[in-house]
Design a protein around this ligand. Structure first.
Ligand SMILES: O=C([O-])[C@@H](O)[C@@H](O)[C@H](O)[C@@H](O)C(=O)[O-]
Ligand SMILES: [Mg+2]
Length: 444
């Protein structure tokens, strides 16, 4: 076991180019922060992990990296207690208030994570997101050391490929003020722009299900866009996700109008109480990555019938093994499961794919932002075929780091004056609309 003990942990924050994708809080900044975790064993094997890289996560990752030295990479059940001891602060375990002031500082059901549209932000969730990067790195190292793929360490795959959906966004052609990197997608601000975007995703990656990020325009415009997608891709699974921007009556109206074409409606309203009211008034399934984001939120949401599909995310649920626990709970209560995504790199996509491969009841194609990315830290980018990623049997995650790329993205982080070190979609929006503040919910 000694050769599996952790001799070194390397943390490398990076800034990754991100296109000007619109959501209800604003627009993506030109660069998104991510954290690359490397765990090196005494036997000389290096495992890779990735998680959110905003400053608040980095502050928790550093003490955990120090505390991990000497532990073995197989000692995963001890990780949560270790993380709670070195980076926990129980006094922060209630919903965090935003430090940005204005409508961002909402509390209670509306206290969403201003940076990530991922539900209420708690100290527990931050810590679990950090922990997940270390858990994945340990699993990767363990797999590399033993010649086993990560899915085998999780009990074995039940499928050889994992389905992903196209993640469509209203977007600008370029970031304001000439910032960021350019791409050739052009603007997509109306139904025909989104249909063209969807065709490109389908042609390039073979995706056959489509999710539109909503909450950007008044609901009637987004209904028209979904209708245009339904006409262009008849019978294909479609989803609409306004990140909790609508009132209960608006959610019910949209659900009624799109009931024949949507696979599910994702977080139409914010908070379990509103979601339960919407669910009670429509036969359309509701999915969430906002009101059920922790085990603690499950009992009330499931008891009230607030959601029919949980979009798990191995980052904030606390890792790949915690995602399997989530799957067991969902199965027990007859709730569907799929996986959520934010801007991420190939390490996280590989990790998602390994855990997804082990989940018997993965009912819907997973979300991923990956196709929007043009940069990676991997030697080879992962490639979708027919809308799927193959589940490999190479040791560990089966991906390799390109150190030059990692160094280049880290240099960008070092050179940044702090503007991009924490995600702030409202700040990015203010460059185009100076008076912009994160809209209060319900917005419509
Ligand atoms: O990146 C975005 O704009 C998304 O809105 C993201 O922040 C959400 O967390 C996510 O994709 C979702 O499904 O809500
Ligand atoms: Mg969502």
């Amino acid at each position: 076991m000694d050769r599996l003990a952790i001799a070194e942990v390397r943390l490398t924050p990076v800034l990754v180019a991100d296109p000007p994708l619109l959501n209800t809080q604003g627009v993506h900044q030109p660069y998104a922060p991510r954290l690359i975790v490397e765990v090196v064993t005494r036997g000389g094997v290096t495992g890779l992990g990735e998680t959110y890289g905003d400053t608040v996560y980095l502050d928790l990752a550093r003490p955990l990296a120090d505390a991990l030295l000497g532990h073995t990479v197989t000692d995963l059940n001890a990780l949560p207690a270790l993380a709670a001891r070195v980076c926990g602060d129980p006094s922060l375990s209630s919903p965090r208030r935003s430090s940005r002031g204005g409508p961002d500082a909402a509390t209670g059901a509306d206290a969403v994570d201003a940076a990530g549209l991922r539900g209420v932000q708690t100290a527990d969730k931050l810590r679990l997101s950090v922990l997940s990067g270390f858990e994945v790195a340990c699993l990767d190292a363990w797999g590399r050391a033993t010649g086993l793929p990560v899915h085998a360490l999780l009990g074995g795959k039940v499928r050889d490929r994992v389905a992903y959906s196209a993640y469509l966004f209203y977007r600008w052609a370029a970031h304001p003020a000439g910032r960021g990197e350019s791409d050739d997608w052009g603007a997509a601000l109306d139904p025909s722009g989104i249909v063209a975007q969807a065709r490109r995703f389908a042609d390039r990656h073979g995706f056959t299900s489509f999710k539109l990020k909503g909450g950007v325009f008044p609901p009637a415009q987004e209904i028209a866009t979904i209708r245009a997608l339904a006409a262009a891709f008849p019978g294909r699974p479609l989803r609409l996700d306004p990140n909790g921007a609508w009132s209960v009556p608006t959610s019910l109206q949209v659900a009624h109008e799109l009931r024949d074409v949507l696979e599910y409606l994702e977080d139409p309203a914010s908070g379990t109480a509103r979601m339960a009211e919407v669910a009670a008034g429509t036969p359309l399934p509701l999915a969430t990555n906002m009101c059920v984001t922790t085990f603690r939120e499950i009992p009330e949401a499931f008891a009230r019938g607030a959601v029919q599909v949980v979009l798990g995310d191995h980052h904030y649920w606390g890792g790949l093994r915690a995602t399997r626990e989530l799957a067991a709970v969902c199965r027990t209560f007859g709730i569907g499961l799929s996986l959520h995504s934010n801007t991420h790199l190939g390490i996280s996509l590989a990790a998602m794919t390994h855990v997804a491969a082990t989940l018997p009841d993965l009912d819907h194609a997973c979300d991923t932002h990956y196709p929007w990315g043009t940069e990676d830290v991997l030697a080879e980018r992962l490639v979708f075929r027919d809308g799927h990623l193959d589940v490999g049997d190479a040791p560990g995650l089966g991906v390799d780091l390109d150190r030059d790329r990692l160094a280049a993205l880290h240099r960008r982080w070092l050179a940044d004056d702090g503007t991009y070190r924490s995600r702030d979609d409202a700040a990015a929006m203010r460059l185009a609309e100076p008076g912009w503040v994160t809209p209060a919910v319900p917005r419509w």
